[in-house]
Design a protein around this ligand. Structure first.
Ligand code: HEM
Length: 251
């Protein structure tokens, strides 16, 4: 298996079967986010449903409610730092280094939604062609960013309630708890139902897409799922020759 990367010889480029989709930093970011999200979901929901058997089981096995709260707050800070890091790095890449903002929704995404529906209902015989990220991935990404904003702001209100009650009524703290709890429930359901379907159970992907861990994606999947990105790489000479009959259909 050969992987393309900057500075590789032309011979190696020709042999390549895989492309680098995520660099080491992006893969590490995902691991930190994944681990902190799992710990926060377990320790948070156990507190929310502390009268249920499973809630008591979790709290008991973590050493009691004080430890459960401590773990939740510690990972809450880690989660916040990882989001702040991500947004700072992405802003620097786009505004400082003029990288292409591949997650920003475009008019093409809106057209792709319609094209997907038309294809799904049999009104068209050709599915839409995607670039680096499709409209579903962008929707999930922005949902995660805005959901994180809500959960982080309300989490800090719960962590330092006296800061809020110094200027506002105590009802804001009660409201923050409701927002935090419901947003957490929504986030967990979104990850379990939507994200797990996309990366584990989707036909063609099952038993799982390991790209975010290995960083690599096959030429076959590039052609099927990101044909426009592939076409750009091919145009700039970075894709090597494609197997016969495997050229992307284009827009
Ligand atoms: C995605 C991540 C998160 C999930 C799934 C989550 C989930 C939850 C849930 C379900 C509760 C219980 C709410 C209730 O009692 O109704 C809770 C409480 C709490 N959360 Fe989070 N949370 C997350 C992130 C955060 C963050 C980022 C912070 C802080 C920066 C935070 C701080 C708190 C605090 C302070 C409490 C109150 C319990 C305590 O006093 O320790 N959470 N969380």
């Amino acid at each position: 298996m050969t992987v393309i990367g900057p500075g590789q010889t032309e011979t190696k480029k020709r042999e390549q079967d895989y492309f680098v989709r995520f660099n080491t930093g992006q893969r590490l970011e995902h691991i930190v986010l994944m681990v902190s999200f799992i710990v926060l979901s377990v320790t948070g929901l156990a507190q929310r449903y502390s009268t249920a058997d499973w809630g008591q089981f979790v709290i008991f096995n973590l050493g009691g409610i004080e430890y459960t709260r401590l773990i939740h707050r510690g990972f809450g800070i880690l989660f916040t730092l990882s989001i702040v890091y991500h947004l700072t790095y992405a802003s620097y890449a786009v505004f400082g280094r003029h990288a292409r903002p591949s997650m920003v929704p475009t008019l093409k995404d809106a057209r792709d939604v319609v094209a997907s529906l038309r294809y799904g209902f049999g009104f068209s015989d050709r599915p839409p062609q995607f670039g680096r990220f499709d409209y579903r991935q962008k929707f999930e990404y922005w949902g995660m960013i805005f959901g994180s904003m809500v959960i982080i702001v309300t989490g800090f209100i719960l962590m330092y309630p006296y800061v809020i009650t110094a200027v506002l009524s105590g009802q804001f703290v009660a409201a923050a708890r409701e927002f935090h709890g419901y947003e957490a429930t929504l986030a967990v359901l979104t990850i379990v139902v939507w994200h797990f379907y996309e990366v584990i159970f989707r036909p063609g992907i099952f038993p799982g897409d390991l790209t975010i861990f290995t960083g690599k994606i096959s030429r076959k999947r590039m052609l099927e799922e990101h044909p426009m990105e592939y076409a750009e790489l091919a145009e700039s000479g970075k894709a090597g020759p494609a197997p016969a009959g495997a050229e992307p259909a284009g827009e």
